[in-house]
Structure formats: structure tokens, C-alpha cells
Design a protein around this ligand. Sequence first.
Ligand code: ASP
Length: 336
Amino acid sequence: MQEMISRTPVKLAVLGTGGTIAGAAVDPLDNVGYAAAQVGVAQLLASVPALPRLLGACELVTEQVAQIDSKDMTWAVLYALWQRVTHHLLQPDVLGVVITHGTDTLAETAYFLHCVVSPALLSAKPVVLTCAMRPASALAPDGPQNVLDAVAVALSTGASGVMAVCAGTVHGAEHVQKVDTYRRDAFDSGDCGPLAYVEEGALRQLKSWPEPGANVINLAIKNIANTDDWPRVEIVMNHVGASGAMVEALLAQRAGGPSAAPLLRGLVVAGTGNGTIHADLHAALRRAQEAGVQVVRASCCQRGRVLPSGDVDQFTDSQGLSAVKARIALMLRLMG
Ligand code: ASP
């Protein structure tokens, strides 16, 4: 069991971004037909009865950074989150940050923060994202327990790095993926497995806290406050009958078509199996590469990683990242 820190005066920052955890439906039995992002973060915390006991002398500081369904997440919100997380972690009396977030893009936000928040801050303090698969208005909402568990993780002695907490399971930002459309235990860390479990408020730690990301990136994006200018990277997918049509359309824009869309800088291909790609799509990706577009190969498989083979090596390896996370990594690299 991990000992909880109870020194005074200390604070925990809780940043709200919306999601189902803040969602409301007219009918308490309706777990899908709700509107996300209705309840403010302060109100959300007030509805967790055991929270004051867990916090002890630790004071909560709340901030509504956004109020959105996470399917609508934007770079502007991620940028704001990065700024606010950094601000709070820099305060000597703040032990860590908890973020309430929708489940749909939580893994991307966690990975983004893992990459961009200063390693010096992340190796000393935790950033814990949490969420819910049932709206706040549900007969049995899972948000309150998830919030309690996230706070328990954030207050655990030595906690550091970016993590996600859902259904009593703690995942590291690099490996966490949403794997279920409906069930409460909606996240998985693939081959890596979870970092810890929260059981009756106590942490059972299986692995060390996550190492902060490489953070090449931080320096590069420090000055890019205009998130509209962030490099454009698209994802294409391999499947039965895949063709080069999507890639060709993107390249046509790049060649100066009538579109006002930003210039394509990178492509992530979500390959089948060991990153395999249909011959036609492959040929188009080679043309894209020759035209100066960076191509990264990931796999749609939830476990394993793309292993080197003659064919595979023609494109940059996603290093085991899912396609959506490989996209974030490539965007950040392109800013360097
Ligand atoms: N649509 C919601 C969101 O991602 C889903 C959820 O939170 O579970 O914001």
C-alpha cells in the first residue's frame, strides 16, 4: 500500500475538459444518448462524497480549461492544457495535476502531454487523466470512483509522469489505448500491461512510474502559439481493396490545387498485421515520400509492434505507437 502525502499546505490541481464524465442525459437509464460536457469540474468534484476524506489537508484548485466532447478535441485545447499543466506543476505547493477528460481521445491527450511537458517537471510530479464511460446523470455513474482513484494515484508518494486512470486501472501515457466502446473498463495498455491498480483507495503498483517523453519537442513548439500553423499530418488505413486514391488526393492539394487546406507534411499509414500495405497504397505512399512528405508506418493491431522486414523498412517505424499517437509524434517532430 502506498502512503498518502499529508503535509500542509499542499494543493492538487484538477483541470476539467468535459467528456462523458461531465455528461448529462434526461433519463438516468440512458447511457449513450447524453450530451457530453455539461457539468463543470468544480460541481463534478463536489459530487464525490469521499473526496474530502482522501484529500485530508490537501487543497483542491480547479480550473475549467475546456468543456467539450473529446471527439472534438483541438490543438488549441491541447496547447492550453499543456500551458495550464505546466503552470500548475511549476507551483512548489502543487503535488500534481488531475485532468477530467472524455474517453474517446484521452489516449492522444495523455501522449501529447507525455511528449511536451518538461521532463524535469514530469519526473517529480504526476499528471493523471481520468474519465467515465457513463454520464454524471446515470443510475450508476463511474466518474466519481474514477476521480477518487485518480486523486489517490496523484497523491501517492513518488508518483510521477503522465498516466490514465479508469476502472481502477492505471495506464502509462505511451501505451494506453481505448479498446471498448461501452464497458466501464475501456482502456488497455497492450503488451506493456497496466502500471498499477487502485483497490479500496490503495495503490498496488506493478511497474515503475512512466518515464517522461523524449521532449525534443518542447523546445520546438514553445514558440508556436498559433495552433492553426501546426504541421498537417493525415492518417490513411490499409484494408481490403485499399488504393492510392486518398494519398493522391492529398498530394494533388500539395501540388497547388484550389484547396485552402494547409500543406500536407506527413502521413501515418495504419497498416494491417505487421504494418503491411496494399501494393497500390504502397506505391502512392512512395510517391508521397518522393514529394517530400514524411511517411510513418504503424499497425492497426492492438498488440505487438511492426517488426523490421525489407518492405517495412521503406517507411519510418512508429516505434510501437498506435497510428493516432504516431501522428502526434510526427507532428511534433516536424515542428523541430
Ligand atoms: N464522447 C465522450 C468523450 O470522449 C466519450 C466519453 O467520454 O466516454 O468526450
